[in-house]
Design a protein around this ligand. Structure first.
Ligand code: HMG
Ligand code: MG
Length: 311
C-alpha cells in the first residue's frame, strides 16, 4: 500500500531522520543481542536509506550491559563517511573509547530535572554539565561533531511537569560548550503540540536556532506524530525516531518506545517531504528485528504494512 502524497505549504521539503533504534531501542531490551545481530540491524537500516544512524553508547557497561560491545559494533561499520554513525558518550572515559575506534560524531546527554540526572548519570545537573564540558571540547578538538541531548523536557516521572525555562537553562549551557545540535527529549512521552511550540519558542528566544534543534519524541501517550508535525510547522527539520518503535530508557521505567521511524516516514511521505528512506525495506528490517526479539513491533505502520503484504 503506497502512501498518497499531498504536500502542505509551510513545511520543509526534506527532513533529516536521526535513527536511534540501535541505541535507544537496544539499550532497553532485557536480552543482550549478539554483536553480529546489532551490526546486521544497523547495516539493514543504512540499506533502507537512513543516513544518520546512532550506533551505540560508550557508557559504563555496568550501567548498560546491553551496549557493552560498543567498540566491536562501531569497528564493524563502514568508515567511508557516507553515513553518519553518532554514538552516546557520557564522560571522558567514554570519549577515549569512542575516539580509539575512530568515532566522528558523539552525543552527550543531560537532564532537565535533578532526579533523572541522579538516576541516569549518578550526579546533579551541575555536576553532569561539568562532566560534559571537557568531553565536548575534546571531541571538537578531535574533529568530531557533537550533539547535546536534554531529557525530561516536558515531564518527569518523579518531579511531574517540566516548564520550558527549566530546559532552556540546561540546553543553553550545552550549546555554549560547543554542541552543534540540541535534541530535546520527551523521555516519557507526555508532551502535547502546544507545549512543544512553547518550548521551541523559549529556545529560539534564548538564541538557539531552529536549524540546530532536533526533536526526540517517545510515543507513550500517542502524541509523538502530532508533536512532530507541530515542530515541523515551527521550522525544525531534524527528527529522531526508532525503527519499529523500539526504545525507552533503562533508568526511567515509564519511558516506552520512541516514535517509530516507519510511522514518521508514512506521515512525511504523505506530506511530500523527502526522507531518502525506502519504507518497504525499513518495514522488513523492523519485522525481522521483532522476530529476533520475539514480540511484535509496536509500530502501527510496521503492523499495517506487514498485514497488507500478507494478503
Ligand atoms: P558512576 O558509577 O558515577 O561512574 O556512573 P564512575 O566513574 O564511578 O564509574 C563506575 C564504573 O564504570 C567504573 O568501573 C568506571 O571505570 C566505569 P570500576 O572502577 O567500578 O570497575 N566507567 C566506564 N566504563 C566504560 N565506559 C565509560 C565508563 N564510565 C565509567 N564511559 C556514568 C556514571 C555516567 C558512567 C553512568 O551513570 C552511566 O554510564 N550512565 C549512562 C546511563 C545511560 O546510558 N542511560 C541511557 C541513555 S540516556 C537516554 O536514553 C535518553 C535519550 O534517549 C533522550 C531522551 O529520550 O530523553 C538520549
Ligand atoms: Mg530516548
Amino acid at each position: 500500500m503506497p502512501v498518497l502524497s499531498y504536500p502542505r505549504a509551510g513545511l520543509p521539503a526534506r527532513v533529516q531522520i536521526y535513527e536511534v533504534g540501535a541505541r535507544d531501542g537496544l539499550q532497553n531490551e532485557s536480552t543482550v543481542l549478539p554483536t553480529d545481530v546489532k551490526v546486521a540491524f544497523i547495516t539493514r537500516l543504512v540499506a533502507s536509506g537512513l543516513s544518520a544512524v546512532e550506533a551505540t553508547s560508550f557508557v559504563s557497561p555496568k550501567w548498560v550491559p546491553q551496549l557493552g560491545d560498543a567498540s566491536e559494533v562501531y569497528a564493524a561499520l563502514p568508515a567511508d563517511g557516507s553515513v553518519r554513525f553518532p554514538v552516546l558518550v557520557p564522560n571522558e572515559a567514554g570519549l577515549d573509547r569512542a575516539l580509539a575506534v575512530g568515532v566522528k560524531e558523539v552525543a552527550v546527554f543531560a537532564s532537565a530535572t535533578e532526579t533523572f540526572a541522579q538516576r541516569n548519570l549518578n550526579r546533579t545537573i551541575a555536576s553532569s554539565l561539568a562532566m560534559f564540558a571537557p568531553v565536548v571540547q575534546r571531541a571538537i578538538d578531535a574533529g568530531c561533531r557533537v550533539r547535546g541531548y536534554v531529557s525530561m523536557c516536558f515531564g518527569d516521572p518523579w518531579e511531574g511537569p517540566v516548564v520550558p525555562a527549566q530546559v532552556v537553562s540546561v540546553a543553553t549551557r550545552l550549546m555554549e560548550f560547543g554542541c552543534s545540535e540540541l535534541s530535546i527529549g520527551d523521555t516519557i512521552g507526555v508532551a502535547t503540540p502546544g507545549h512543544v511550540v512553547a518550548l521551541l519558542d523559549a529556545l529560539t528566544e534564548a538564541g538557539v536556532g531552529l536549524g540546530e534543534i532536533a526533536v526526540h519524541f517517545h510515543d507513550t501517550y500517542g502524541q509523538a506524530l502530532a508533536n512532530t508535525l507541530a515542530a515541523l510547522e515551527c521550522g525544525v527539520t531534524t527528527v529522531d525516531s526508532s525503527a519499529g518503535g523500539l526504545g525507552g530508557c533503562p533508568y526511567a521505567k515509564s519511558a516506552t518506545g520512541n516514535l517509530a521511524t516507519e510511522d514518521l516516514v508514512w506521515m512525511l511521505h504523505g506530506l511530500g517531504i523527502e526522507t531518502g528512506v525506502d519504507l518497504d525495506a525499513l518495514v522488513a528490517t523492523s519485522a525481522w528485528m521483532a522476530s529476533v526479539l520475539g514480540r511484535p513491533s509496536p509500530s502501527l505502520v510496521v503492523r499495517a504494512l506487514g498485514a497488507a503484504n500478507e494478503k
